[in-house]
Design a binder for this molecule. Structure first.
Ligand code: DCP
Ligand code: MG
Length: 601
């Protein structure tokens, strides 16, 4: 969203047209309806002129002589009938045009929102870490809505105005070239003025949208971190911050409004000139007998018709400019490409979950290497643990296994296949992942448990919960498995959330279980529960467990100790304790005992 503008940014309207090919017929139908509507809109003025003509000239009138209707009253009746017909057509076409444009606006809005969302969802984890949720949200909601507003009324108004100019121009042209010239004199001024005005507005509205994004980003971050704000009694500071970004938004809008408002008076002056000249010169032509009274009235009415809608041009262009700034942002988002591309291979059946890291080097963005050449093998069926101090790169290592990121060098292999060659489906379908910070969706406990397998039966869900040692506390919840958790729901403790996440992963029955233990700060009961469930669920599959609490992984087939981006030691618990290295020290600290012995509390 921040990089150089993609090709579609140059002409947002063109991009929109190309993007929504399948609606072209509806667009054409809508344009046709608006055209008919505009014609019916101009017609009453002409009929009014014809009526004046009848009153003034009688049987010599246009209706009398050309259409051959006898008698003034009969002529007026014909005009009235035509007028009624015109009004009916006008109403009808207005109704249909309104339906079509609004329907189109809603459909395009819906399509773009869904498409933008699925693009965002496809983008890699690294992109999401770089981009603030609030900004993405502002594109998905504000910008999409802005476009809808334009398509709803703006597009129709522009078309209506353009058609009016053409139709009125045609009537003028067949009447008198001098008058045509005068009446249309303001039009170039208005059009040129509009273009200049648009150019000025473009960057102003880009700034408006940008600041709107900042506002959303700030609000989203602050709402997410409300407890932290309160804990530090930083309310005033944060209010000031919101005030600042909101004020930036206001100022950006004010600049745009100042420019856009100056436009309308300018146009009115031009209109006044055109109107005055038609009034005076046309009247003079009538005195001289060069113009019929009826035609004179038509022209005076039509000049009004022609020029007044142009005063709205300012507002409509304003809407247009806002919508285009938004459309640019939407398309910039749609143009984003995920970094890692999907592979094409599938894991050979049966999937066993054997894992290997070969000389893996990895770091974030342009940052330094976090992993500096990691070699690690987890033979299928075994349970291995990764330990190390905080920031050692344990979670980063797991990210590579799930391919949230790709290594800078080296390979990650699952059952002997480079994970980059695998389809997302095949890779992530084989892995049950429990992240360090568990995310629970807003919904019932059951929904959260069955997230990876919505079709699972209640018995299966319960069994998974039992395996993860979660059944006990779930049963004690007010409504058991039907208790609503997640945002706006019941809050669970960190340990409980992690056990729900474990059950969620188990329910998928993955070949490889990847577990990022939340924290070392769990109570004895939880620790024992984790240990018990790990023993059960890892019995039948491959597992890689990041552990902070070393006692939870004492029984692992092998423990890998990460330090300074490398594997410093590896072996079984007993081997590592006996070796007296980093692991032995960590163990001593955690058990509060000397290095010796398999001390267990
Ligand atoms: N890092 C980063 N960008 C991220 C995540 C991490 O720059 N999105 C950095 C911060 C650390 C290093 O990478 O210096 C390793 O982070 P890990 O999360 O992999 O560290 P651990 O999981 O080992 O730490 P903990 O035990 O605290 O979970
Ligand atoms: Mg971590």
């Amino acid at each position: 969203m921040t990089s150089a503008p993609p090709p579609s940014a140059r002409s947002p309207l063109g991009a929109l047209w190309r993007h929504h090919r399948r609606y072209r017929r509806r667009v054409v139908a809508a344009i046709a309806c608006t055209s008919v509507n505009t014609a019916m809109d101009v017609a009453p003025e002409i009929l009014l002129g014809a009526a004046v003509d009848v009153v003034v000239r009688g049987d010599d009138s246009f209706v009398g002589s050309t259409l051959g209707v006898d008698g003034r009253f009969a002529q007026l009746v014909v005009i009235a009938a035509l007028n009624a017909l015109v009004w009916i057509l006008e109403s009808l076409s207005d109704y249909v045009a309104s339906l079509l444009w609004r329907g189109l606006a809603q459909t395009v809005e819906h399509d773009l929102r869904v498409e933008a969302y699925s693009t965002v969802q496809r983008l890699d984890v690294a992109w999401h870490e770089r981009t603030s949720t609030g900004k993405v949200l502002s594109v998905l909601s504000d910008d999409v809505n802005q476009l809808e507003r334009f398509l709803d009324v703006g597009a129709r108004t522009i078309l209506h105005t353009a058609w009016t100019v053409v139709l009125v121009g045609a009537v003028f042209a067949v009447t008198s070239w001098q008058l045509t010239l005068l009446a249309f004199l303001p039009v170039p001024v208005i059009v040129l003025g509009s273009i200049r005005f648009q150019r000025r507005l473009e960057p102003l509205y880009a700034a408006v949208r940008e600041t709107a994004g900042e506002v959303s980003a700030t609000l989203a971050t602050n709402l997410g971190g409300l407890t932290t704000i309160k804990a530090f009694t930083a309310e005033e500071r944060e209010t000031a911050r919101v005030e600042r970004v909101s004020d930036d938004y206001r100022v950006a809008n004010r600049r745009a409004i100042a420019s856009s408002s100056a436009f309308v008076p300018l146009i009115r002056m031009a209109i006044l000139a055109g109107f005055t000249s038609t009034l005076l010169l046309g009247g003079w032509f009538v005195f001289e007998g060069r113009l019929e009274v009826g035609l004179y009235s038509v022209l005076v009415f039509l000049t009004q018709r022609l020029l007044w809608p142009l005063t709205d041009l300012g507002q409509t262009l304003d809407l247009y400019q806002r919508a285009m700034a938004s459309t640019r942002r939407i398309f910039a988002l749609l143009d984003e490409e995920p970094h890692g591309v999907d592979g094409t291979r599938r894991l050979p059946a049966p999937v066993r979950g054997g894992l290997e890291l070969r000389g893996v080097r990895f770091g974030y963005d342009d940052g330094p290497d976090v992993l500096r050449g990691v070699d690690l093998v987890v033979p299928a069926g075994e349970t291995h643990a990764v330990v190390g101090s905080t920031g050692a790169g344990k979670s980063s290592l797991l990210r590579l296994v799930l391919r949230f990121s790709d290594p800078r060098a080296g390979q990650v292999l699952l059952d002997g296949v480079d994970v980059r060659d695998l389809t997302w489906e095949s890779l992530r379908g084989a892995i049950g992942y429990v992240s360090q910070d568990v995310f629970l969706f807003h919904g019932t406990v059951r929904d959260n448990l069955a997230y990876g397998r919505p079709e699972a039966s209640d018995a299966e869900v319960e069994q998974a919960a039992r395996l993860a040692e979660a059944h006990g506390f779930i049963s004690a919840l007010p409504e058991g498995y039907a208790t609503v958790v997640g945002e706006r729901g019941l809050t669970l403790s960190g340990g409980q959330r992690q056990r729900i996440a474990l059950a969620r992963a188990i329910l998928r029955d993955p070949a490889l279980l990847v577990l990022d233990e939340a924290t070392s700060a769990v109570d004895n009961e939880t620790e024992a529960a984790i240990q018990r469930s790990l023993a059960v669920v890892t019995a039948s599959r491959t597992a890689l467990v990041v552990a902070h609490r070393l006692s939870t992984v004492r029984d692992a087939h092998r423990i890998w100790v990460l330090s300074e981006g490398r594997v410093a030691e590896s072996g079984t618990h007993d081997e590592l304790v006996a070796a007296g290295g980093i692991y032995a020290q960590l163990w001593a600290v955690q058990t509060g005992s000397a290095v010796a012995g398999p001390a267990h509390r």
